[in-house]
Design a protein around this ligand. Structure first.
Ligand SMILES: [Ca+2]
Length: 133
């Protein structure tokens, strides 16, 4: 069992705030519930004691995307999704290096693929809207 295990968060993975001090169970597990409104990094850390050095865990990044929405143009869509949005498994139709880092989201793509009353942000119809490297 570990007591005084700091559960920390950060917006930039450089400056950390301790959200809670938790205690592990006999198996070494602890749980903390979070509900971030923006992309946040998390880690656990223990401070230095008379018999141990300070240490911290691996950093986890929890990415928070804005609510799904139709966008007026690719500038708007790329401001939230820098590499575009596409149906899962879509292949970028290009003669150059294909974009593979788009957000795979059928729902986000469906809002921006030129359906009824929508702007078509996937003009080459490859299943990825506003693909960008
Ligand atoms: Ca496309």
């Amino acid at each position: 069992m570990v007591t005084g295990l700091g559960f920390q968060s950060s917006g930039d993975a450089a400056r950390w705030n301790t959200l809670a001090l938790v205690r592990t169970d006999r198996a070494g597990n602890a749980a903390v519930a979070v509900r971030p409104s923006r992309t946040t990094y998390y880690r656990t850390a223990v401070g230095r004691t008379a018999t141990t050095n300070a240490a911290s865990s691996r950093v986890l990044r929890l990415t928070v995307y804005p609510a799904l929405a139709p966008y007026r143009n690719c500038d708007g869509l790329n401001s939230h999704y820098p590499h575009g949005v596409g149906t899962p498994g879509a292949k970028d139709r290009t003669s150059g290096t294909p974009v593979t880092t788009y957000l795979p989201s059928a729902a986000a793509y469906a809002l921006n693929d030129g359906g009824v009353g929508q702007r078509d942000l996937d003009r080459d119809d490859d299943g990825i809207a506003c693909e960008k490297r």
